[in-house]
Design a protein around this ligand. Structure first.
Ligand code: ATP
Ligand code: MG
Ligand code: MN
Length: 467
């Protein structure tokens, strides 16, 4: 049984921030005020539990430990027999027994939603409807009420399970909730987690490498400087770090203060224009698309992502290398963080990152991840160091690659999941294959990619499905 909880504790640096936010939330809404809620902890993960407690409390609910005193019981249990381990059936029938989504969705919608729509156990649905503690008009049914957010032209919902079925504009309709989540998330994180997160902000360091570095004793980015600079803390038995990875991380560390300045759309376009000019010199007739956050309409980007191709087979031979060599010789590329080796251009040999658990979806496309610097012109000084990802795709999988590199990351994850679970297909940026017979498909437009996967087309600007 749960005990009444105080707000999650935090380190001192976050306290005032949290209190500020909390006060604002209190003033903003008393969504659950006067309501006693009992949350059954079974089957709910610790972080989600913290979140539910915080959302309920900060919106005025009284959290009670005794389920008999509660008007609303929140539980992730859906089977009667399991629920009966926590609450007597006769008592449950006198309550509204709802899923955790009732809390999160009510907060998201800024009004208490009808309990009946969130009944946790099928056979308690009627009771839950009847026992919903208030029938005033503010208890609108989520299903009956008109949507509080603007609808999109198509049949896309904001709440569908897969991000690929949702319209996700840059400014999310649940922005308020997300802000609350961000605060709660921050304060409920451990120092270890904070450190790992800081490490993964350095290009080339994924969650796996971050954990490894933490285990070695690194606690700050300065420690990483020392680690990658002088190889401190390494022993003979340690797995050798691939040279390519070390130098990439080292450069990213060196330039970290410069690389964290985001760039406006105009600069992305200028970088693309300069690269396109050199590409034309190296191999005339290439096609390209700026992908990533820029294509999703983001005002500011952290890097430039360009997918390019050539309609004629054979022209791509060593193209990545030839382009990067030219950019280097002109002083446009100052560093190369990673470039696919000739060997790994073969799909049977994935690039260096492929085997790393933190890069499970690294595709087999030929790519060069570089640091780029715009030259000085009459009107502007030399540009800042910028990260640029250059991805070559064979002509027949060009649109698959464009979809795969447009993101967002969550959208891509759900695209793979959707393709696998609903369509029996495998999607990644380097190709779409049918799982049962490994037949490959080559959609010739972006819309055809969506059609092939049985999805309604979603404009790039509505693929911003990340928090
Ligand atoms: P920003 O660059 O402004 O931070 P972004 O959405 O462009 O935002 P990126 O890290 O540049 O973020 O990634 C763009 C997209 O490219 C991602 O959403 C992901 O789908 C894809 N992507 C990135 N790295 C890889 C990779 N190694 N393999 C396959 N796809 C990748
Ligand atoms: Mg990007
Ligand atoms: Mn990128």
């Amino acid at each position: 049984m749960s005990s009444k909880r105080s707000p999650p504790s935090s380190d001192s640096s976050c306290d005032s921030d949290y209190e500020d936010k909390r006060r604002r939330i209190d003033i903003d809404s008393k969504l659950f005020s006067g309501l006693s809620i009992h949350i059954i902890q079974a089957k709910i993960e610790a972080t989600e539990l913290d979140l539910l407690f915080s959302l309920a409390e900060s919106n005025g609910a009284e959290l009670v430990t005794n389920n008999e005193q509660a008007e609303v019981i929140v539980t992730a249990i859906s089977m009667r027999r399991r629920l009966e381990r926590h609450i007597k059936w006769e008592i449950a029938k006198e309550k509204a027994v709802v899923t955790p989504a009732w809390i999160t969705q009510s907060v998201a919608n800024k009004r208490r939603l009808a309990c009946g729509d969130y009944a946790a156990v099928c056979s308690l649905e009627e009771c839950t409807k009847e026992n919903c503690p208030d029938h005033s008009p503010k208890w609108q049914s989520a299903r009956e009420s008109s949507s509080p957010v603007p609808t999109t032209p198509r049949n896309l919902s904001y709440l569908a399970r897969f991000a690929v079925q949702r319209a996700s504009p840059l400014i999310c309709p649940n922005q308020g909730l997300l802000e609350q989540l961000a605060v709660i998330h921050r304060i409920s994180n451990t120092p270890r987690y904070q450190t790992l997160k800081e490490f993964t902000r350095i290009h080339g360091i994924g969650p796996h490498t971050a954990r490894k570095l933490y285990a070695t004793g690194c606690r700050t980015v300065d420690d990483l400087d020392r680690y990658y600079g002088a190889e401190l803390g390494r022993t003979e038995e340690d797995e050798p770090v691939p040279e390519d990875e070390i130098s990439g991380i080292r450069v990213a560390l060196e330039l970290r203060d410069k690389l964290c300045v985001p760039m406006p759309r105009g600069e992305v376009e200028e970088i693309d224009r300069v690269i396109a000019q050199e590409l034309e010199e190296v191999e005339p007739g290439c096609l390209r698309t700026i992908v990533g956050g820029y294509r999703r309409g983001k005002e500011m980007s952290n890097d430039v992502d360009i997918v390019y191709t050539h309609p004629k087979k054979g022209r791509e031979r060593n193209l990545s290398r030839r382009l990067v060599d030219r950019l280097r010789s002109l002083g446009l590329a100052t560093h190369v963080l990673h470039i696919t080796s000739f060997r790994s251009a073969n799909p049977n040999h994935a690039p260096a990152g492929a085997a790393r658990p933190d890069r499970p979806h690294w595709d087999t496309l030929d790519k060069a991840l570089i640091i780029f610097r715009l030259p000085a012109t009459e009107n502007s000084p030399k540009g800042l160091h910028r990260r640029v990802d250059l991805i070559f795709a064979p002509f027949e999988t060009y649109w698959t690659a464009v979809v795969g590199w447009t993101g967002s990351t969550l959208f891509e994850r759900d695209l793979r999941l959707w393709a696998k679970q609903k369509m029996g297909m495998k999607f990644d940026s380097s190709g779409i294959t049918r799982r049962r017979d490994t037949k490959q498909f080559f959609p010739r437009t972006e819309a055809a990619v969506f059609e092939l996967l049985g999805l309604e087309y979603i404009d790039p600007t509505l693929r911003n499905a990340d928090i």
